[in-house]
Ligand binder design. Sequence first.
Ligand code: ASP
Ligand code: MG
Length: 456
Amino acid sequence: MKKIVIKFGGSNLRTKEDVARIIKVISGCQTAVVIVISALYGVTDALLKTIRQAPGDREVIRRIKRSLMAAHLRIATLYIDKPEHKKTVVKKIKDRVNTLEKYLLGIHYLGEAPDFVRDLVLSYGERLSSLLLTSILNSRGLTCEEVLPEQLGLVTNGEYGNAEVDFAAAEKNLKEYLSGPKRYIVPGFYGISPNCRVTLLGRGGSDYSAAAIGRCIGAASVDLWKDVDGFMSADPGIVKNPVSINSLTYREAAELSYFGAQILHPRTFEPLMDKKIPLRLFNIKNFSGKGEPLTIINNKLVIKEDVVKSVTFSDDFGILKLTGPGVGIKPGIMAKVTTRLHEGNINIKSIITAQTSINILLAREDLPKSYRLVKEMGLPTVEQVSDLDHISLIAVVGEGMLDRPGIAARVFGAVSRHKVNILIISAGASSVATYFIIERKDREKTIRSIHEEFFG
Ligand code: ASP
Ligand code: MG
């Protein structure tokens, strides 16, 4: 029988009641599952802060040690009844925290944190939560085995801080290791480089861990437990009555994540798409014991009558604008500029051009550097280089965007009725997403007007 991969995030590990919910979910599952777990809520951020302060301040190491012990032991004491179990767990947690302390002291004495130490230290949030959950489940008769990514051979490309899994290397290892009829628990967020160093998979990377493991073992599904109602038609903080989207294609979910929906690590779909493994999103906060997914992401094409499934936004974009007569037609400008940006390690998110201007969409944090690089080039045909900050990108997503007439007219009609000035539009680049740029101050008005148009 195919296994299921189940992942619990940091937002599911916030209060002591959350652990009770996790236990309930797991006891309702088949026995052969692979559980992926994030760090307790806030732990990764606390470790990051400690890494920053440790070179100049030894006291912070003592403080984090104390708070990690307290946080994990509090939960262990609540959920583990037998005194002999409790004693073993306290010792195991202490041992792990002591190892972490050694690495932190290393940073203190070195006066800096080399990348490989930084990744190693940050992996301890997940190492501690997985140890905690394994101990709790075992003491409650839900037998399980903790396996670390280094034992599994979850091999990455070796890039510190933001690695990708090397599936050619990892697949065989995981298939072999996780083939038994057991319940396994794996700490998320990291893999292991070809030379056996811990490499993180990026912030929020446990979603990607779960998807990567799901791919390697050919899982029946990858189930992510969150504390929100899956993908929504719009941000509940902005519109009054957003609806959960029951079904999305991988492409729709990928565009939504690319254009701002915060719910998943943007890499999560990559491992699953070509293997057609469904990704299912659950909300642990309203779990009644039955466990119906709120959103299922797979390659089943469901085209809505009026196409649009969700409207999302991102404030993380900036525009570098090159203007001058004929910049669009002069050969070579674009190649020169994009090459220069690439050499400067800057990722271009999109380009929209016309005869008199080239608009390059970038991450907002890359804008100042990009501006400097392009300005320095002193291109003769470019009269002006400008950088646009304080913008929001709005994306409207749904399969069928290019095939159904009138959708774009409805989107822009709704926006213009609310007197929003659109700075740039891109339609047709993807058959599932239309996006445009507005001034940041118009963001909420714009989202509400589009949501109202399509969802009433
Ligand atoms: N604990 C890590 C983070 O906060 C990974 C995760 O939560 O998925 O980024
Ligand atoms: Mg998290």
